[in-house]
Design a binder for this molecule. Structure first.
Ligand code: FNR
Length: 383
């Protein structure tokens, strides 16, 4: 029975080759931040009100002026197309069908154009800045031409995080056929069969740029460390503005100082995120950084919480602490691996039903009325 996100995770685990599932699961080094993202939500308890008329509930919101039926955004996840053929297209369609929104990663299997052609708006495009600024510019121009609404610049990958599971598995695209991989693939012939209808098994956005080796498999960390520009800094935001006329979102903010700088640079929204614990280990839980960032921003930009969401109650806590919406990564990837588009729709349905139920049970029928008084801030244990 698939009734919660953990059920979808277990289904995904059974259906995917080990190296692919572990690519999704992996955190950096000791996994402190990966686990803290989950544990962080347990520190916040509700302050429920009784005898409130909760017969009409509303979890809709707006993000960057666009109406969402639920405060959930599908975050950018590289290589989602390895979990199901046309994975990014399926996830984008699922988001649209549930009034959510999809963010396409630079490192996707499906291209910018393939996703935009198949899925209705709104779509965001997540950018990594390439050392070759010509390639960066062309990605941005392609996203603009294809009608993406916002550019989401990820700022927490000046160097790829140390994901030891991927290193041990020799994770690469296209998957390298080592002895262990071949054995494991034989146990997942369903995946092999499904993937035979995939458009390709490598990063779609770069097939024509010359930055991908033509025949060889590339290690994901090796490829990105060679291509990503570690010199990018706040001044590059002006350059990005000059080539992108729409809203800019910064993903990966983890302290008040950077939140203030983001606002000073005119960023429309920022995402409190530690990349799902995949980059710097020993950052605090995303939910524990959120209040500091919300206080620093003072309403001058929209704040989105990303990392560790597995229950609707997590979303309600983040909104109560001042987030406008929440981004999810692994939860929708589990759904995608479990059952394609319908699986991602189920992820969104499970979480939004849980949000709805939580709103009823805490006596706050409308998301827009949530504030910190919905939480027992007085009982907050110290970290
Ligand atoms: C990611 N994430 C990510 N972020 C980003 O900005 N660009 C990317 O290409 C990727 N790729 C990626 C792949 C996979 C497999 C995962 C799991 C994550 C990070 C992602 O957008 C998000 O920050 C986290 O997934 C949020 O944490 P949860 O929801 O997975 O706990």
């Amino acid at each position: 029975m698939l009734i919660n996100i953990e059920d979808l995770r277990q289904r995904a685990r059974r259906r995917l080759p080990k190296a692919v599932f572990e690519y999704v699961e992996s955190g950096a080094e000791d996994g402190y931040t990966l686990n803290a993202n989950r544990r962080g939500f347990e520190r916040y308890l509700f302050r429920a009100r009784s005898l409130v008329d909760v017969s009409a509930r509303d979890q809709s919101t707006t993000v960057l002026g666009q109406k969402l039926s639920t405060p959930l955004i599908l975050g950018p996840t590289g290589l989602a197309g390895l979990l199901a053929p046309w994975g990014e297209v399926l996830a984008a369609k699922a988001a649209a069908s549930r009034g959510s929104l999809f963010t396409l990663s630079t490192m996707s299997i499906c291209t910018i154009e393939e996703v935009a052609a198949a899925a209705p708006p709104p779509l965001w495009f997540q950018l990594y800045v390439w050392k070759d600024r010509g390639i960066t510019r062309s990605l941005v121009e392609r996203a603009r031409a294809a009608g993406y609404h916002a550019l989401c610049l990820t700022v927490d990958v000046p160097e790829m995080g140390n994901r030891e599971l991927d290193r041990r598995n020799g994770f690469s695209v296209p998957p390298r056929l080592t002895f262990t991989n071949v054995l494991d693939i034989f146990r997942h012939l369903g995946w092999v069969l499904r993937m035979s209808s995939s458009p390709r098994a490598t990063f779609g956005n770069f097939i024509d740029t010359g930055s991908l080796a033509k025949k060889d498999a590339v290690s994901v960390a090796g490829f990105t460390n060679r291509q990503f520009d570690p010199s990018i800094s706040w001044k590059d935001l002006e350059w990005l503005r000059s080539i992108w006329p729409g809203p800019v979102v910064l993903k990966g903010i983890s302290c008040a100082e950077d939140a203030r700088l983001a606002v000073e640079h005119g960023v429309e929204a920022l995402i409190v995120s530690n990349h799902g614990g995949r980059q710097l280990d020993f950052l605090p839980a995303a939910i524990d950084v959120l209040p500091e960032v919300v206080d620093a921003v003072q309403g001058r930009a929209e704040v989105i919480l990303d990392g560790g969401i597995r229950r609707g109650s997590d979303v309600v806590k983040a909104i109560a602490l001042g987030a406008r919406a929440c981004m999810i990564g692994r939860p929708f990837l589990y759904g995608l691996a479990a059952n394609g588009q319908a699986g991602v729709e189920l992820t969104l349905d499970i979480l939004s039903k849980e949000i709805d139920r939580t709103l009823a049970l805490i006596g706050r029928p409308r998301l827009s009325e949530l504030d910190r008084s919905a939480l027992r801030m007085d009982l907050l244990p110290s970290t």
